[in-house]
Design a protein around this ligand. Structure first.
Ligand code: LLP
Length: 418
């Protein structure tokens, strides 16, 4: 269900007019729907009920504490890629023992922090990392639970920047080498093998690549069992796509049903690490039109959100639906580019859109709940946006807008020379 819908020409977040949020907290602002977040997460839980499982929400998609707390309270585990993300999870009372640690470049201090916190598993991405984990676990006189992230060499058929399961990508351990690395891991005294892991990419709109990767992982599980290495879980990563425009990704329940069918009669816990499919369509970016300008044959709508707030159109050529918060019938639409104030030609949120807008109007950028705020920056010394979560008719400010002073905190000029 869409929780950012129009009633009588006014866009709402659940039961709150977006215009009310803008007048209270200003723009640009990210607005999340509590109901949408819960529904998306629970769709995974429902589809997986009856099979041993763990849904580890990928924190990188949206790491706001209110989002994490909501999901933790619903029983989510977490997929983290840094000590910072782990700290966020622990801060909201998330369970370390339901947390998996992914990423190609885990630093020694991060491994130590995660081991001390008691995380469920390290998704190990290289032999060097395996040895580093062994060393740190031995020093702490403990055992580290690990799985190997295999690179199954499957084409996820997605944007090259978010495809991760091909040999040419930096991620995971090549599936042929993984068998040997598992044997090496089995011989390490402070490491305990508990799983196998893969993540082939993001915004996948077909089930087949997932099933191909799963087949390859299961074949490896079979080979490992033959030599006495038993894994308890299979982690299929995240990656399920969402509808931004006209994509038709499978519904969560169909995707999970297809995966479970292949796992029948296997005594394997299924871990999934969804990010985008939980948060993307549970959030929007609210922005105000500063100026309308025309350069000969091109119309520009200059808004107060920019590539520093939402970089996906610039970085991936992503298409996000943009619509006026207030619309009137029979208004004259014009083709325009929606651009921000940042000094880069690549600073746009949408190109060649038909919109009827004037100075001062509010615009809603849809599907902005994943990889929106988390990828935002302070480029051009722009304070990052406020974040708001709506719960039915209540507006909660879940992150204050940054102040310019806060951006300069920690910076120092050189001492005066006499
Ligand atoms: N697990 C691992 C190991 C990952 O690397 C990722 C995403 C996920 C889970 C979650 O994937 P999701 O379910 O969200 O597709 N910034 C890009 C997406 C980068 C995804 C990186 N890894 C974008 O805005 O499209």
């Amino acid at each position: 269900m869409n929780h950012f819908a129009s009633h009588k020409g006014e866009l709402y977040a659940e039961g709150v007019p977006l215009a009310d949020i803008a007048s209270r907290y200003g723009t640009p602002a990210y607005v999340y729907s509590k109901k949408a977040l819960s529904e998306h997460f629970l769709a995974y839980e429902q589809a997986l009920s009856g099979h041993s499982h763990l849904v580890c929400y990928a924190v990188k998609a949206n790491s706001n504490l209110a989002v994490l707390k909501l999901l933790a309270d619903l029983g989510a585990g977490f997929d983290i890629v840094s000590a910072g993300e782990l700290k966020r999870v622990l801060t909201v009372g998330g369970s370390a023992d339901k947390t998996v640690f992914s990423g190609v470049g885990k630093r020694a201090d991060e491994i130590e922090y995660a081991l001390k916190a008691g995380i469920h598993c390290f998704n190990v991405e290289s032999k060097g990392e395996l040895e580093q984990i062994q060393r740190i676990a031995r020093n702490l006189n403990t055992t580290a639970a690990i799985s190997l992230r295999i690179n199954p060499d499957v084409d996820a058929l997605t944007h090259p920047y978010i495809s991760t399961g091909l040999k040419e990508n930096k991620f995971g351990i090549d599936i042929d080498t993984a068998f040997t690395v598992y044997q090496q891991a089995a011989a390490l005294p402070n490491v305990k093998i508990i799983g196998i892991d893969c993540h082939i990419g993001s915004q996948l709109t077909e089930i087949e690549p997932f099933l191909d990767a799963l087949d390859r992982a299961l074949a490896l599980v079979g080979k490992l069992t033959e030599i006495g290495i038993n894994v308890e879980h299979l982690d299929l990563g995240g990656g399920l796509g969402v509808r931004y425009r006209d994509e038709t990704p499978p519904p969560i329940k169909d995707y999970i049903a297809a995966v479970l069918e292949k796992l029948q009669e296997r005594n394997l816990t299924l871990i999934v690490e969804p990010g985008r499919s939980i948060t993307a369509n549970a959030g929007i970016l609210l922005t105000r039109v500063e100026y309308i300008k025309n350069n000969g044959d091109k119309n520009f709508v200059v808004v107060d959100a920019a590539m520093n707030d939402m970089i996906r159109p610039t970085l991936y050529d992503a298409w996000l639906n943009i619509e006026p918060v207030h619309s009137e019938a029979n208004q004259l639409e014009e083709v325009c580019d929606i651009v921000g104030p940042v000094c880069e030609t690549g600073d746009f949120l949408g190109k060649d859109r038909r919109l009827a807008v004037k100075q001062g109007d509010l615009l809603c950028v849809h599907s902005a709940g994943a990889y929106g705020f988390t990828m935002s920056s302070n480029y051009n010394t722009r304070p990052r946006a406020a974040e708001i979560m709506v719960d039915e008719t209540t507006i909660h400010l879940v992150r204050e807008r940054e102040t310019i002073d806060s951006l300069m905190r920690g910076e120092h000029t050189l001492p005066e020379t006499p």
